[in-house]
Design a protein around this ligand. Structure first.
Ligand code: IPD
Ligand code: CA
Ligand code: CA
Length: 266
């Protein structure tokens, strides 16, 4: 395993320990509203601080973009992108679907990724060109040939309600063609599940870069496809994401296309 990936795994485990330490004492946590329906607790902050400490110790000159601390500047060739707790709303309700997400981008290309579910002890990892793994076992996306019998992941645009009508139109178009649609509440884990073949496809509107940065490399290294709503690669900028095995990726793009408003083209 690449030594850089090892550092990221170590950081994710430290954050995971903090998350688990409080998971059955949620009543004791101070919870703040960052924006409508956007919550943060001291667990998110402590987990991010632990990750930053670990990354800074190993790579003192790298940039780190974290959801809670914003950007720590450094050598701009190396940028870590961190979501210390993806699925905070789940966590705060004791709904056990959340994770730590850490990615390294070198010259704007993803090179290492970790998505760690501390509750289920599932460590999803990928390094560019080396494949994707779950607890050190190789994982791959599914081989379904279209929508038939597929399970699709998604997220509701609860932070961007202006897109709700467009989203519901997409949902109505996809729903009758597939076996099921799941909204599990952690986009980073959704992408990891897609990489592991537990989902066949995924789409969501206006995610943040830290929700997607690690999951995107997992999907690609597992043989899957990920893009923006035009199928191209602006998804880290727009947060509009479609992912899947090759066939399901194309089916989702084709199906949502008629429902894209002017600000959802990419
Ligand atoms: C959220 C989760 C959720 C997605 C939201 C994200 P957070 O991240 O990934 O699945 O629908 O848009 O913001 O706030 O729990 O880190
Ligand atoms: Ca997130
Ligand atoms: Ca978060």
């Amino acid at each position: 395993m690449h030594p850089t990936l090892n550092i990221a795994i170590k950081a994710a485990r430290k954050a995971g320990d903090i998350i688990l330490r409080y998971h059955n004492q949620i009543d004791l946590l101070t919870i703040e509203n960052k924006a409508a329906n956007d919550f943060v607790s001291e667990v998110d902050k402590a987990a991010e601080d632990a990750i930053i400490d670990e990354l800074k110790y190993a790579f003192p000159d790298h940039c780190i973009l974290g959801e809670e601390n914003g950007e720590i500047l450094g050598n701009s060739r190396f940028q870590w992108i961190v979501d210390p707790l993806d699925g905070t709303t789940n966590y705060l309700h004791g709904f056990p679907q959340y994770c730590v997400s850490i990615a390294l981008y070198e010259d704007k290309e993803a090179t290492h990724a970790v998505v760690y579910d501390p509750f289920k002890e599932e460590m999803f990892t990928a390094s560019k060109g080396q494949g994707a793994y779950l607890n050190e076992q190789r994982i791959r996306t599914t081989h379904t040939r279209g929508f038939e019998n597929t399970l699709i992941g998604t997220g509701f645009p609860f932070k961007a309600p202006r897109h709700l009508d467009a989203y519901l139109d997409m949902f109505k178009a996809i729903h009758p063609q597939v076996a099921g649609i799941r909204r599990a509440g952690s986009a980073a884990l959704d992408l990891a599940y897609l990489a592991a073949g537990r989902l066949d496809g995924f789409w969501e509107i206006e995610l943040s870069i830290w929700d997607i940065a690690a999951g995107a490399l997992l999907v690609k290294e597992a043989g899957g496809f990920i893009g923006d709503f035009s199928g191209r690669d602006k998804f880290l900028e727009t947060g509009n994401v479609v992912a899947g095995n090759e066939k399901v990726f194309k089916e989702i793009l084709k199906t949502i296309h008629p429902h894209l408003t002017s600000d959802l083209q990419y």
